[in-house]
Design a protein around this ligand. Structure first.
Ligand SMILES: [Zn+2]
Ligand SMILES: [Zn+2]
Length: 141
C-alpha cells in the first residue's frame, strides 16, 4: 500500500495512482504507464506529453511545520536576548561587579545575531529555490 501526500489517504496493494485523487507516486506516468522522473515534460519511451501529476514529495501538513521549524532559532534567540536585557537591567540596579561578564555575553549575543541574520539568508535562498523547482514540477502536466 502507498500513502498519498496530496490527499493523505492510503491506497492498498502496489498502486501506480492514488485511488482518491488520481495522482501518481514517485514517477510521472504517460498513458502507456512508462515511468518518468519528476522533472520530465515528455515521456522518454513513447514521446507522449500527457504525463500524470505526481503527489508532493513532502506531505502537505509537513511544509508549514518545516517553515515553523526554521523560525524557531530566531524566536529562541529573541527570548535569550530579552532575558539578557532583563538580567543586564538587574545587574545595573543591584550588582555592578558582574557588568563586565554581561558585556561579554552581550558581545556573544550580537555575534550570534549577526550569524543568524546573515547565514539563514543564504540557506533560505537555497531552500526557496529548491522549493520553487519542486512546486513547478507538481503543476506541470
Ligand atoms: Zn491522493
Ligand atoms: Zn510513454
Amino acid at each position: 500500500m502507498r500513502y498519498c501526500n496530496q490527499c493523505r489517504k492510503i491506497t492498498p496493494g502496489e498502486p501506480l495512482f492514488c485511488n482518491f485523487c488520481g495522482r501518481s507516486y514517485d514517477f510521472k506516468l504517460c498513458p502507456h504507464r512508462h515511468p518518468n522522473p519528476r522533472n520530465a515534460e515528455v515521456c522518454n519511451q513513447c514521446g507522449s506529453r500527457d504525463l500524470s501529476t505526481p503527489h508532493p514529495r513532502v506531505p502537505a501538513w509537513l511544509s508549514p511545520l518545516l517553515a515553523l521549524l526554521s523560525a524557531v532559532p530566531g524566536v529562541l534567540l529573541l527570548l535569550v536576548t530579552i532575558l539578557f536585557a532583563i538580567g543586564l537591567l538587574n545587574a545595573l540596579l543591584t550588582n555592578q561587579q558582574i557588568l563586565f561578564q554581561f558585556m561579554l555575553v552581550g558581545l556573544m549575543l550580537a555575534f550570534i545575531w549577526y550569524l543568524y541574520l546573515h547565514l539563514p539568508h543564504v540557506i533560505r535562498r537555497t531552500l526557496s529555490r529548491l522549493f520553487r523547482r519542486s512546486k513547478k514540477n507538481d503543476h506541470d502536466h
